[in-house]
Design a protein. Structure first.
Length: 166
């Protein structure tokens, strides 16, 4: 009986995590651009991340820089941040522009008071690549860099090849 109860709770938890991103503009970016040839798309949940970090969901998209993709991604990220301002705790952690073009940004989308899970969006353009990261976790925005640093030593195996997460 306990096993069934624990399984049900875990299933509910996983379904909540999977639906946490629904309604965000970046969801369509991951769907559209994650399938393009030459792009790298990772979607990792807590069961893979384990006890290494308090990050519960990590989605990362990396693709070659092109103006159409960069414009669509920046629009989606900014739209999601603007719509999250309804929460008092939405926050610009970092935002860097070059010649009026967004080059690097980190946003905390905020959260409702009743949920301890924070939502974060990271965007960067570097060395001809665009990187978009969506992540959720039970930590404060001031702890984001610390949690990301924990991922630097984490590898996963895909098709018998080790891939460094972040």
């Amino acid at each position: 009986m306990n096993r069934i109860f624990i399984f049900t709770i875990n299933l509910l938890f996983v379904s909540l995590l999977c639906n946490a991103q629904k309604g965000l503009s970046v969801d369509s970016i991951f769907s559209d651009y994650g399938k393009r040839q030459g792009s790298v798309f990772l979607d990792i949940s807590k069961d893979i991340l384990g006890e290494h970090t308090r990050i519960e969901r990590f989605k990362c998209l990396r693709l070659k820089q092109d103006n159409e993709a960069a414009s669509a991604i920046v629009d989606a990220v900014k739209n999601d941040y603007e719509s999250s301002k309804r929460f008092d705790n939405a926050l610009v952690i970092k935002e860097m522009t070059e010649n009026g073009v967004l080059k690097n940004a980190t946003y905390c989308l905020g959260k409702a008071d009743e949920t301890p899970v924070g939502v974060y969006l990271l965007y960067s353009v570097n060395n001809g690549n665009i990187m978009l990261v969506y992540l959720t976790g039970r930590f404060k925005p001031s702890e984001l860099n610390n949690e990301l640093n924990k991922l630097k030593d984490l590898f996963i195996k895909v098709n018998n090849k080790e891939i460094k997460i972040y």
